[in-house]
Ligand binder design. Structure first.
Ligand code: NDP
Length: 251
């Protein structure tokens, strides 16, 4: 891939973030509690997650390994952070979900595969081809601070998802009020953690590719956090009044 094409793909992703924030602010993405009829054929939610989250592992690795810097230490560290997140998301998280019988639209899965493939392409190319990451980058504050933000975000995301997944007993499919940890302050700490992860990755890679993904994540899960928050308040009369949607005390 030429540097020019890489830049064009990054700008396409930034444009996609703008389109996404406009769309999902008006139309709730139809999966999970917001799934509804009228979005075409459906498939089991668990398999949907595995299908849509696999390109960031497999396609990413394939592209990464073709880059001239694939064996350099810093790209390998960044690759490890990326794969740590996605191996959990694609091959562990779907099997922890207590969602027997739940489905999601094939359309959602196809759109996610398209986005994830674009995102994997620009970020894998960044790490092993166009990024300038000599071994000294290991001591650069951008890598250290970025990796720390990523890991804190991942910890928040994992804890928050675990709280949600433990709300249901085996066989249950309904919804309850999550409690504890950051749920004391916000309705969607899993999305806050996700956003922190990709902001951290953008800082650690100090790249437009990383920034494009962080922006897309904010554009995608930000409005969804607001929808979830509204839904909780409408559904549970005893929902904690002071809890915010995404950012403690702010939003
Ligand atoms: P949700 O919070 O909607 O759901 C997560 C899981 O918990 C689902 O299995 C859901 O069940 C269950 N659950 C949620 N709330 C409750 C509740 N109150 N009571 C009982 N069970 C509940 O998250 P998403 O499905 O949107 O996302 C899952 C993960 O993927 C998150 O960590 C998120 O950050 C990440 N993600 C990342 C994106 C990105 O752009 N980088 C985009 C979207 C998600 P059910 O499915 O039945 O609702």
């Amino acid at each position: 891939m030429s540097p020019e094409l890489h830049t064009i793909l990054i700008w396409i992703q930034i444009a996609a973030a703008l389109v996404t924030v406009l769309l999902v602010s008006r139309v709730r993405a139809p999966y999970g509690r917001h799934n509804r009829v009228g979005w075409g054929p459906q498939l089991p939610a668990r398999w949907g997650w595995i299908a849509m989250e696999s390109p960031p592992i497999l396609l990413f690795l394939w592209i990464y390994l073709r880059g001239p810097h694939a064996a350099d230490v810093v790209p390998l560290v960044l690759l490890a952070l990326w794969q740590l997140h996605y191996i959990h998301r694609a091959y562990v998280f779907p099997f922890r979900m207590r969602n027997s019988g739940k489905t999601m639209p094939v359309l959602v899965v196809l759109l996610a595969i398209a986005f994830n493939s674009l995102n994997a392409t620009i970020n894998a190319t960044q790490l092993s081809r166009f990024g300038d990451y000599p071994a000294q980058w290991l001591l650069d504050p951008r890598l250290i601070v970025g990796a720390a933000i990523f890991l804190v975000g991942m910890g928040i995301n994992l804890h928050a998802d675990t709280v949600l997944l433990n709300l249901r007993r085996p066989g249950e499919t309904g919804y309850k009020i999550p409690k504890g940890g950051l749920y004391r302050f916000i309705s969607c700490p899993n999305y806050l953690g996700e956003i922190l992860e990709w902001i951290g990755f953008a800082v650690a890679t100090w790249s437009m590719a990383g920034l494009a993904f962080a922006l897309y994540t904010i554009a995608n899960v930000g409005p969804r956090a607001l929808s979830h928050h509204r839904w909780y308040r409408e559904t549970f009369p005893d929902y904690p009044k002071r809890r915010r949607a995404l950012i403690p005390f702010v939003l």
